[in-house]
Design a binder for this molecule. Structure first.
Ligand code: ADP
Length: 614
């Protein structure tokens, strides 16, 4: 990667970092300057105290110097700690490093979210942050290192400059006092710095490569941890005795993890060994140089402490400075991966037309010769579908499993766009409307809806703040009223026990009613229920349907159901078969045609309705 690209990525990274953690960089500058100053304060003032003692200066002056060293240390340490504390507690939380990815997922096309490649990219970015601290987290400590190192470099050059002053002399002194020896020492320091850069760059890049190889392993591992290590999965695991298979899977994943960690640790160890060993050697050279020069009387006792200390600090600072820059350079790859993900364009066209919030909810939706194939597949899931929804009507969509009913809803809500044909809202292609405004028109209960381990009220309102009266009414309308009365803390009762001991477990039917309540609370003009009563018993189903007319009110409702008895009350019924709309009409019209698909389905299920007493 070109240096200019690395610089651009790093600058962009810092911009994003400042947006995530305002003030954190300013506090880091103060903290780093304080960390840099402290050793020099001690070196300089200790040298002055030694000089004062050797020169026999009055005790008062010595005491003043002692007080100065103690107060300066207190000030520097307190300021440094205050900044560290503020950065850690108030500003920088590890989790927040994932916020940009989270935000991107929210706005990414649904089609991309369903894609395994996207899952892998997200898992890779998470793994990079958690395992190596590369990407945004590394910017934080690299910034600290660079600021601290630059300050230390300037201060050490200032404090040690006296050690390199050449002195005329003969014999051994000719060598010790020669400017060439000074140049030689400086050369050794610089050589060590160059080696440090190379090692850090080289070994960090190796570690990063190892990590990339195991992304898939880690993704599978995370999936197991998140989905199988919960008590929700406990029942199935016990009854199907899945412990053994899980144990084998986990062992395999553990092996993958171990290989990754071992490989990363291997490169990191090599880097540390080389850097630290040469650090020690460099210190030995510095100390010998200053000590021998002092032995020959080139400077006083206090100055030995100052030069030796400053020289050591210079070595450490130069190494830290280059390590910081080298680490930023190696980090550019992780930033490039992050920004590549954040910059992935949404391919779905998003228009800007307003959906005109109509008080009369007078919206019409029309499918015009719509055909659809899922991206990356060859099979037509929907073919030449033309359909119009009457406002305020109840439309039922029926058909066997896999006939394309749920896909039709995904197209209607613009989770996908048709491969051919178009969908119109009030005569205008839905692609031309503002995406968020368009989706606000639909309340949907999907087959695979999700409730969250949050309080009941927040689940229904999908928000921290909610209107308790409206939430209660929505729950009652969805048939959850009786259960709500039994909830220990009413709307504040947590669903599930992930975060709260007193959280409640829900039956499938109860959960579905809450999901329906959430759709009702949103109060959108279109209410879509995809198999809304699949988990309900026949009594609960009858109860919900008897209330549906009142609940739906002036909304346009679309029901997908495999129980045809549920559809009888609908104004229109659309029958799907292998992705095609094969019949359309009222229950009476369709059932009276004995050759119809609907008639066949109806007859096949009739015996169950009789058994259920419907
Ligand atoms: P229904 O709701 O009538 O049961 P769906 O609309 O869910 O049917 O599915 C229709 C067909 O589309 C099925 O063959 C299903 O396997 C396929 N399908 C559904 N989702 C996807 C997807 N994300 N990618 C590829 N194929 C899919």
């Amino acid at each position: 990667m070109k240096l200019s690209t690395k610089v651009k990525l790093t600058i962009r990274g810092y911009r994003l970092y400042s947006e995530l953690f305002p003030w954190a960089l300013t506090l880091t500058v103060i903290q780093s300057v304080m960390t840099a100053i402290q050793p020099f304060l001690n070196i300089f003032l200790s040298a002055r105290i030694i000089d004062a003692l050797v020169m026999g200066e009055p005790l008062q002056r010595v005491m003043m110097l002692v007080i100065a060293i103690v107060s300066a240390n207190c000030f520097v340490k307190l300021t440094e700690h205050a900044c560290t504390h503020a950065i850690a507690v108030k500003y920088v939380h590890w989790r927040n490093f994932s916020f940009p990815q989270l935000a991107k997922c929210q706005e990414t096309d649904y089609e991309k979210l369903e894609n395994a490649e996207t899952h892998q990219k997200i898992a890779h970015l998470q793994r990079v942050i958690n395992s190596t601290g590369m990407g945004l987290p590394r910017l934080c400590w690299a910034f600290q290192s660079v600021i601290q190192a630059v300050c230390s470099l300037l201060l050490s050059i200032f404090l040690m400059s006296g050690a390199f002053i050449s002195v005329e002399g003969t014999g051994v002194w000719r060598v010790l006092g020669s400017p060439w020896l000074s140049v030689c020492i400086i050369g050794i320091v610089l050589a060590k710095c160059v080696l440090d850069i190379w090692w850090v760059n080289h070994y960090d890049a190796k570690g990063y490569q190892e990590l990339g190889g195991y992304t898939e392993q880690n993704r599978v591992g995370d999936h197991y941890y998140q989905n199988f290590m919960t008590y929700h999965a406990g029942k199935d695991m016990k009854l199907y005795q899945m412990q053994k298979i899980l144990k084998q899977e986990m062992a395999q994943i553990q092996m993958g993890f171990r290989r990754t960690t071992k490989a990363c640790a291997h490169w990191s160890l090599r880097k540390e060994l080389l850097c630290k060993t040469t650090d020690v050697l460099l210190s030995a050279v510095f100390y010998s140089y200053v000590a021998v020069k002092a032995l020959f009387g080139a400077f006083g006792v206090g100055s030995i402490v100052q030069y030796a200390g400053a020289l050591t600090q210079f070595g450490a600072a130069a190494s830290l400075c280059f390590t910081g820059f080298a680490s930023l350079s190696a980090n550019a790859r992780a930033l490039s991966d992050l920004f590549e993900f954040l910059d992935t364009p949404n391919e779905m066209y998003r228009g800007s037309l307003s959906t005109e919030k109509r008080a009369d909810r007078n919206y019409t939706i029309e499918f015009q010769d719509v055909s659809f194939r899922y991206p990356g597949t060859d099979t037509w899931v929907l073919r030449h579908v033309s359909l119009q929804f009457r406002i305020g009507s109840r439309l039922a969509i029926v058909g066997e499993n896999g006939s394309g009913k749920s896909t039709l809803i995904k197209l209607l809500c613009r989770l996908y766009d048709p491969t051919e044909g178009r969908i119109l809202l009030n005569g205008i292609d839905i692609r031309k409307y503002d995406y968020a405004q368009y989706q606000a028109l639909f309340s949907v209960v999907f087959q695979d809806y999700r409730l969250f381990s949050l309080p009941l009220g927040e689940n229904v309102a999908a928000s921290r703040h909610y209107d308790a009266v409206r939430v209660t009414v929505a729950l009652q309308d969805a048939g959850f009223g009786e259960r709500l009365a039994q909830m220990p803390q009413g709307l504040s009762t947590y669903l599930y026990r992930d975060f709260d001991e007193s959280g409640v477990e829900l039956s499938g039917g109860e959960a579905q009613k809450i999901a329906i309540a959430r759709a009702l609370y949103k109060d959108a003009p279109f209410l879509i229920l995809d198999e809304p009563t699949a988990a309900l018993d026949p009594v609960a189903e009858a109860e919900i349907y008897s209330q549906l007319n009142a609940i739906v009110d002036d909304r346009t409702a679309v029901y997908i159901s495999h129980r045809l008895s549920s559809c009888r009350f609908c104004d229109q019924i659309a029958v799907f078969d292998h992705g095609k709309l094969v019949e359309f009409g009222t229950h009476e019209e369709l059932v009276s045609d004995q050759t119809s698909k609907y008639f066949a389905l109806w007859n096949a299920q009739a015996q169950y309705y009789e058994k259920e007493g419907q």
